[in-house]
Write a protein that binds this ligand. Structure first.
Ligand SMILES: Cc1ncc(C[n+]2csc(CCOP(=O)(O)OP(=O)(O)O)c2C)c(N)n1
Ligand SMILES: [Mg+2]
Length: 628
């Protein structure tokens, strides 16, 4: 039946919402007799279209730019078809939507008003763009009649400016014509579900097209795409790669963020090749921490063992990495590598280095096939000396870390008393997270850098470190994802004092939306990562702290429902505080004063090079000379 039905518009909205909720989805509702042709507003058509792609959940801050969409979401929620949670800050909700997809795989949409709300969510979407996480962003936008400036639009005599801005970050579509929805959602579906380069898709929803009526064919709205896994069609390049691996004696695998979820294949390939595995900040856990071939992170922060493998390997196998300057020592990380085997779905990433055999395709599919060749030829046999040296370096790194983990309190200038060094404090919290099987979130600063040097994960998915953008405020905001997750997992946000204050809205939103989780504030009363860089480069600190003492316990406990506790100044008091905090049935905040200063036990060091500040000359000179 392709005939549109005419009746009371609002009761039609309710009826459709009820039909979708009752059947458990748009396709099922159509199968159960819901008419394919719907006469509705663009706002409702959009909600139906997104439902067809499995989007049932929204993070929203409404404004005059999204009242019509808001009204549809109200009715759909009343009928049980969608869920919307209201937030306190658009950056925060963009982070939460990113975390919901990243951690739980659930695709959601962020809804804002026109102008400042959209701009803030747009800023937050850098995290989803940088980490390859698909999220829909729906922003109110200027009217299509152009009857005059719309309040809060970009004030210029030009059209479509938000659409242009957002198209730079990801892909965007202005819904100038309601019937264009089908095209918009087809493009959106591929963007947010792209197998190796997903990112934010922005739907610009003009104030006047939201309530415009449209006849839409629900059967013709695009569903979530199902794409086959791709791999090289023949074995020529795989055989060639296998022969190179068999011949080399010092091999390193760089496991980038793309290896997340490909744990088994990465391990199989590493073992078959006899390769030392260097992790990225975002791929900890891909190989179990104690695995003898796991060299830990490499890069500008890096580790003794990770950076040793980076600089000594003669053959580099890159897997799922886009060669980020910090993780790849600004392009000079592989000083002795003569050739590269690069496994990636993306042509450009696969061809980042010269002297490359590009094995383009799905990581597991390609790595499994390559590993099978290597097992047959016993390629691993010739790598024992290399792996033994690497294991010694890992031992050195472990001893170095242990010394810092076991350090007691150090006297701190800002605190005017002995307080825990940050690495020791982070280790206590990371161990506690493991004990209670909590997910860990990191965003920026020394907390993040020390964090990825410290965590000892055994699988993908226990740590979410926003390594793409290092967006201060991500970690605490990410806890809000659990408010909408089908099966929420207890999470711990590891926050610096600077980062926490970027997005403290979680204190209220977590209570309102019943999140169970914990924020640990590692408070050194400054933005220490930047202090550290300034001192290392120019031997002088400049404007990276203030002198305002903040009582975070008091601040957090002023929000009803939040439990705030002090972590004290020792590992034992911190452990006790974590237990108390975890027992709270909502959001808890643990405040830990931490040391910042010259004592070497206060940090975990930096083991690689970086093309910033007054290091540029040296790094660039080395880069010009290397041929990879
Ligand atoms: C939103 C945002 N602004 C600025 C930066 C640059 N930045 C990176 S780390 C950092 C300081 C972080 O301070 P804090 O969270 O207190 O952590 P600490 O280094 O003191 O442990 C700054 C300003 C950033 N990454 N994100
Ligand atoms: Mg700080």
């Amino acid at each position: 039946m392709l005939e549109a039905k005419k009746s009371d518009p609002l009761s039609d909205v309710r009826e459709r919402a009820r039909a979708v909720a009752k059947s458990g989805g748009v396709e099922a509702a159509l199968a159960n007799g819901m008419p394919k042709l719907a006469e509705c507003t663009l706002s409702e058509a959009l909600v139906l279209g997104l439902l067809k792609q499995g989007v049932r959940k929204y993070f929203a801050i409404f404004g005059h730019g999204s009242t019509d969409l808001g009204n549809v979401l109200r009715i759909y929620e009343e009928e049980g078809a969608t869920r919307t949670i209201n937030c306190r800050n658009e950056v925060e909700m963009a982070h939460a939507a990113t975390a919901l997809r990243w951690q739980y795989g659930e695709l959601t949409a962020v809804v804002t008003s026109i102008g400042p709300g959209a701009m803030q969510a747009f800023a937050g979407s850098l995290a989803s763009a940088s980490n390859g996480v698909g999220v829909y962003h729906i922003y109110g936008d200027e009217t299509t009649f152009g009857e005059g400036y719309n309040m809060q639009q970009v004030p210029k005599e030009e059209q479509g400016l938000f659409a242009r801005m957002t198209a730079i970050m990801g892909q965007s579509y202005a819904l100038h014509t309601p019937e264009a929805l089908r095209d918009a959602l087809r493009r959106g579906a591929l963007c947010v579900n792209h197998p190796y380069r997903a990112g934010p898709f922005y739907l610009l929803l003009p104030l006047n097209t939201q309530p415009a009526r449209v006849t839409i064919n629900l059967a013709a709205l695009p569903a979530r795409p199902e794409l086959p896994k791709l791999a090289p069609a023949d074995d020529a390049s795989i055989e060639q790669a296998a022969a190179m691996i068999a011949k080399a004696t010092k091999i390193a695998i760089k496991a980038g963020g793309g290896t997340r979820g490909h744990d088994a294949a990465t391990r199989k390939l590493a073992e078959a090749a006899g390769a030392a595995v260097i992790l990225s900040p975002g791929s900890t856990g891909v190989l179990p921490d104690a695995h003898p071939q796991n060299m830990h992170v490499g890069g500008s922060k890096g580790s003794i063992s990770g950076n040793y493998a980076m600089s000594e390997a003669e053959l580099l196998i890159v897997i799922g990495s886009r060669a980020v300057c910090q993780a790849d020592c600004s392009g000079i990380g592989y000083k002795n590598a003569k050739a590269v085997i690069n496994i990636n779905g993306d042509f450009a990433d696969a061809l980042h280095y010269n002297q490359t055999i590009a094995l383009v395709g799905d990581i597991s599919a390609v790595a499994d096939r390559l590993a099978a060749y290597l097992q047959k030829s016993n390629a691993r046999a010739s790598k024992s000396t290399w792996l033994k040296t690497c294991a010694e370096k890992k031992g050195e790194w472990s001893a170095y870390k242990r010394k810092r983990f076991e350090s007691s309190a150090l006297r701190d200038e800002a605190w005017q008393k002995p307080v825990l060094p940050q690495p020791a404090a982070i280790k206590v919290v990371a161990d506690f997270a493991k004990e209670i099987d909590a997910a860990k979130f990191f965003d920026a600063g020394d907390v993040q850098a020390n964090g990825f040097q410290i965590v000892e994960d055994d699988r993908t998915g226990d740590t979410f470190t926003e390594a793409g953008a290092s967006y201060m405020g991500f970690a605490a905001s990410a806890l809000l994802a659990s408010a909408l997750a089908d099966n929420p997992r207890y999470g711990i946000a590891f926050c610096g004092d600077g980062s926490f204050m970027m997005n403290p809205q979680i204190l209220i939103d977590a209570v309102e939306h019943r999140v169970r989780g914990m924020i640990v504030i590692f408070d050194n009363r400054r933005m220490a990562a930047i202090t550290g860089l300034q001192l290392a480069q120019y031997k002088a600190e400049f404007r990276t702290n203030d002198h305002v003492a903040v009582d975070y316990e008091k601040l957090a406990s002023s929000v009803s429902g939040v439990l705030a506790v002090s972590g004290g100044n020792s590992a034992a008091t911190l452990r006790a505080a974590l237990k108390t905090a975890h027992a709270h049935p909502g959001l808890s905040v643990v405040h830990v004063p931490v040391y910042c200063g010259p004592d070497e036990l206060g940090g975990l060091g930096a083991w690689g090079e970086w093309n910033v500040g007054n290091w540029c000359e040296d790094v660039q000179a080395a880069w010009l000379r290397q041929e990879l």
